[in-house]
Design a protein around this ligand. Structure first.
Ligand SMILES: Nc1ncnc2c1ncn2[C@@H]1O[C@H](COP(=O)(O)OP(=O)(O)OP(=O)(O)O)[C@@H](O)[C@H]1O
Ligand SMILES: [Mg+2]
Length: 252
């Protein structure tokens, strides 16, 4: 295919009284590429994810720009095209609990996002990919720990065979052992399936370990981008320097 997998151009989003949450945001993701998006709290990361996923947020309007996935406008696509979680675009929400219906088992969530019913890897295979036992499929969301539920969410995303996986701070709500398990599951999926990924966090060091190219988001714009190693060794903007320093402080 010609052109990038995902192309975001001049995306501008405003809240009440014209306050810009995203201000002419532009970036691309190539097929198989793992890209990081890093910015401090309030930079606009989740606002971008909501737009990509087609979630309407009250009080927010898009005033300009385009989002294309495989050349097709995502903004004009009817919700059905995206599927329940967005089949072409699978989102790993920070708060895994909010992504599940408490009345349905993990297994039925997986069945629901399959593109073709009965097609693709079995439920046991999907659960194994994310490091869960087959019995987890019969569980209801409240029966799983936060880390298990986040991995179950990844299994549901994979069932939709998305072109792009978006992970919005997938481990910030988890304790260290669960964080490690979830990151390992995401890494394993990346290396086995070579799916493109947008990995979002305020933690530059974490994102450096998960991706090959990082976008720095500040006040709704990309202010710097490059491989994680370069951003750490030679940050060119105050924003990147601040994110490097914040990480060093947190780990001290
Ligand atoms: N529905 C809304 N109406 C008005 N303003 C909003 C709305 N949702 C978010 N905002 C504002 O948009 C800005 C960006 O918020 P966003 O949630 O995208 O940040 P973020 O980078 O994801 O931050 P965090 O790291 O805390 O998750 C913030 O100033 C926030 O207050
Ligand atoms: Mg956020």
């Amino acid at each position: 295919m010609d052109g990038p997998l995902l192309e975001v151009r001049d995306l501008t989003v405003e809240a009440e009284r014209g306050r810009r949450l995203l201000d002419g945001l532009s970036f691309e993701i190539e097929e198989n590429e793992a890209v990081g998006l890093v910015g401090r709290s309030g930079a606009g990361k989740s606002t971008l994810v909501s737009l990509l996923a087609g979630r309407r947020s009250v009080g927010i309007v898009r005033t300009g720009g385009t989002i294309r996935l495989l050349g097709e406008s995502l903004l004009d696509a009817p919700p059905a095209v995206r599927g329940r979680q967005g089949a072409r675009l699978g989102v790993l929400w920070q708060d895994a609990e909010s992504a599940f219906d408490p009345l349905h088992s993990i297994r039925s969530h997986i069945e629901e996002v399959r593109r073709v019913p009965g097609h693709g890897p079995s439920i046991a295979e999907l659960l194994a990919k994310v490091g869960l036992e087959e019995t987890a499929g019969r569980a209801y969301p409240h029966q799983l720990s936060g880390g298990m539920l986040q991995r179950a969410q990844l299994a549901v995303v994979l069932a939709g065979e998305p072109e792009l996986i978006i992970a919005d701070e997938p481990t910030t709500a988890l304790d260290p052992p669960h964080t490690t398990a979830v990151l390992e599951a995401i890494r394993a999926v990346r290396s086995e399936e070579r799916r493109a990924m947008l990995f979002i966090s305020h933690d530059l060091e974490l994102v450096r370990r998960m991706t090959s190219r990082i976008l720095i988001l500040a006040r709704g714009r990309i202010v710097e981008e490059g491989p994680g190693e370069r951003l750490f060794a030679q940050p060119e903007t105050d924003e990147t320097r601040a994110l490097v320093a914040a990480g060093a402080l947190a780990r001290a």
